[in-house]
Design a protein around this ligand. Structure first.
Ligand code: AMP
Ligand code: ZN
Length: 136
């Protein structure tokens, strides 16, 4: 289902033009207009889901196979040295467009880009507590 006034619904379904590099039954992959690096693309499902939580499991299962195809193409055609997959869920996590999308960011030696986090220094007890909380 599409959602009214969702820009990625319109883009994914071809109602708004985009720099499309791949399209199949379920997805459209477009160039990001504010790329972190050359070839930065967004894999967007044609069906609306706000985020990963809302994405139907069957569609979620199609995301990585599609991304793998694009990844191979990026390496072959752009000769990138690496690739980051980034997927933000919720404003707190940096999501600005509330329609699930997977960032595919080709990386080049010395591209000057940073896609990183500040590593924490948890105690053994804290790691143990988190493990228990999540594993049970
Ligand atoms: P996020 O912060 O994960 O929600 O990422 C949204 C991304 O969409 C950003 O990297 C934007 O540069 C990109 N973006 C927003 N609008 C468009 C658009 N119309 N076409 C292509 N990329 C877009
Ligand atoms: Zn949408």
């Amino acid at each position: 289902m599409k959602k009214d006034n969702c820009i990625f619904c319109k883009i994914a379904n071809g109602e708004i033009p985009s720099k499309t590099i791949y399209e199949d039954e379920h997805f459209r992959v477009i160039l990001d207009l504010g790329p972190a690096a050359r070839g930065h693309a967004l894999l967007i499902p044609k069906e609306h889901a706000d985020n990963l939580y809302e994405l139907p499991a069957e569609l979620a299962a199609e995301v990585l196979p599609a991304a793998k195809k694009i990844a191979a193409k990026m390496r072959q055609k752009l000769q990138c040295d690496g690739l980051n997959l980034v997927q933000n869920n919720g404003e707190t996590a940096g999501q600005t467009v509330m329609h699930f999308h997977l960032h595919m960011i080709p990386r080049y030696e010395n591209d000057g880009q940073q896609i990183n986090w500040i590593p924490g220094e948890p105690s053994e007890e804290e790691l143990e507590a988190v493990m228990r909380q999540l594993a049970e």
